[in-house]
Design a protein around this ligand. Structure first.
Ligand code: NAP
Length: 279
């Protein structure tokens, strides 16, 4: 039987509507400041989408653009100003940053209470300790998708393929906090296919087009594909060979239209959480 398709667009739209309704009930507009350094075309698209989504949710959103020639000191001074600004609840510095700027120094400079990307070491530690506050948006979005699809991580064997700070590690920590039995696989894992086949919940976040084959998927498993890979023809594919996997899985996210739309929705949710904690 073909897998149930988890519709990330619909879940994200519902979450964005919920966030907008909660924001409308507040006596102030939550403030999101997005900082873009340089002219990376992909980053410009991401930043524009974030600003548009924030405005649509009724947030007070500003995008601050610095030239690619901006120094680390200038960027840190901007962050210090945003940290002090009482109208700013969330600060997001779009990555990657131009060469010559240390992203870790920038992330550490953001007030952890305004760190809506969830990358500051204080927020990473809180998640690792099982007391999450602001958690990275993409893995948060995956948890939201599982919840919306009625898939409970508790007691389930979950495998996270990928161990980046942005997706894999926080994903594993969130699943553990939700009582899954979690395995983290990566480029040094022996017999990846066998590890994947053991999983009842399989999360792929490797950035390798269609690497996870149908026979890596256990019959009935839930497959969440975080990957976004551009094909030679200009299309988008995930890290999972979709058609093969969908023939075996119980539920699966498509690319595009799966995890992707959840990331911005969760950024808005994080901004709301940050605002509620500060004001
Ligand atoms: P990343 O930083 O490049 O990390 C990739 C991870 O996959 C690493 O841990 C790496 O292992 C592992 N890996 C790479 N090749 C492998 C292989 N052949 N076998 C086993 N493991 C392998 O990537 P990322 O930032 O986590 O992103 C992963 C994917 O998610 C990308 O396609 C990205 O575009 C996508 N993404 C989507 C969203 C969204 O909104 N939907 C958000 C963020 C990222 P090692 O640690 O051993 O090197």
């Amino acid at each position: 039987m073909a897998a149930r398709v988890i519709d990330g667009k619909a879940v994200a739209a519902a979450l964005r509507a919920e966030v907008a309704a909660r924001a409308a009930a507040l006596p102030y507009a939550p403030g999101l400041a997005v900082v873009l350094v340089g002219e990376d075309p992909a980053s410009q698209v991401y930043v524009r989408n974030k600003e548009r989504a924030a405005k649509a949710a009724g947030f007070a959103s500003e995008t601050i653009r610095l030239p690619a020639s901006a120094s680390q000191a200038e960027l840190l001074a901007l962050i210090a100003r945003l940290n002090r600004d009482p109208a700013v609840d969330g600060i997001l510095v779009q990555l990657p940053l131009p060469a010559g700027i240390d992203p870790q120094a920038v992330i550490r400079a953001i007030d952890p209470a305004k760190d809506v990307d969830g990358f500051h070491p204080d927020n990473v530690a809180a998640l690792a300790l099982g007391t999450p506050f602001l958690v990275p948006c993409t893995p948060r979005g995956v948890m939201r998708l599982l919840d919306a699809a009625g898939i409970a991580p508790r007691g389930a064997r979950a495998l996270v393929l990928g161990r980046s700070n942005i997706v894999g590690r926080p994903m594993a920590a969130l699943l553990l906090a939700a009582d899954a039995t979690v395995t983290i696989a990566h480029s040094r894992t022996r017999d990846l296919a066998a590890e994947c086949r053991r999983a009842e919940i399989l999360i792929a976040a490797v950035g390798r087009a269609e690497m996870v084959k149908g026979d890596w998927v256990s019959p009935g498993a839930t497959v969440i594909d975080v990957g976004i890979n551009r094909t030679a023809a200009g299309g988008l594919v995930g890290d999972v060979a979709y058609a093969e996997a969908a023939a075996v899985a119980g539920a699966i996210t498509p690319v595009p239209g799966g995890v992707g739309p959840m990331t911005i929705a969760c950024l808005l949710e994080n901004t709301l959480i940050a605002a509620a904690a500060r004001r």
